[in-house]
Design a protein around this ligand. Structure first.
Ligand code: ADP
Length: 197
């Protein structure tokens, strides 16, 4: 399969350039709940929009409600969900959209599959913070819920998070300010040729 295998139903058709003249790309941000994926994707979206990009954020819980309402949190379901997200990211990016994926993506198989499916205009950013820091932040109250027995299969606690083996970039949100993380991701996107220097 090529990246254009099903474009408009014409196997060999090449997508038209986006109106803004940009070739899209996918920034795939993975990491524990509370590591900072949503926060960084919102900041990045603001920056990219100001630069004239069309941007889509595919953020964990929201995109799950839209794409995978029937799925749970078993390994198979998480992999299926990541597969669907990577498909949507691929379709959007080949139409000129800057796609910001904010998804825990606990399994290496899913990360590798997304990379293989999207191809060159994909980059993997590990949004890293120690579990203790994420628990302390507990933005959504999920860690507290897990302790109280109301939340099951909490990634990093009673469900696996495989340490990313080959991310293209790591941002250490426990020790680096949000603004600095945003700058390093933008710099990385420039170095990949996704954004002009
Ligand atoms: P996730 O989307 O990974 O579950 P969130 O973005 O919802 O995480 O929450 C991360 C929390 O950590 C927010 O409250 C954010 O303000 C805080 N935070 C502190 N430092 C950073 C940083 N460098 N990058 C991102 N978020 C940070």
């Amino acid at each position: 399969m090529t990246s254009h295998d099903s474009f408009a139903g014409h196997p060999s058709a090449v997508p038209p350039p986006a109106p803004n003249g940009h070739s899209g790309f996918v920034l795939w941000m993975e990491g524990l709940s509370g590591a900072g994926k949503s926060t960084l994707s919102k900041h990045l979206a603001n920056r990219l929009t100001a630069l004239g990009w069309r941007v889509e954020i595919l953020d964990g819980d929201e995109v799950r409600r839209g794409l995978s309402p029937e799925l749970g949190f078993t390994r198979k379901d998480r992999e299926t969900h990541a597969h669907r997200v990577s498909y949507v990211a691929r379709v959007l990016s080949r139409n000129g959209v800057a796609v910001l994926v904010a998804l825990i993506t606990p399994y290496e198989t899913s990360r590798k599959a997304a990379r293989a499916s999207i191809g060159e205009r994909f980059t993997e950013v590990y949004v890293r913070a120690p579990l203790e820091v994420c628990q302390e932040r507990d933005v959504k109250g999920l860690y507290k819920g897990q302790k109280a027995g109301q939340v099951k299969q909490m990634t990093g606690v009673d469900d696996p998070f495989e340490e990313p083996s080959a991310p293209d970039l790591i941002v250490d949100t426990a020790n680096t300010h949000v603004d600095q993380c945003v700058e390093s991701i933008l710099q990385h996107a420039r170095s990949k040729g996704f954004l002009p220097h």
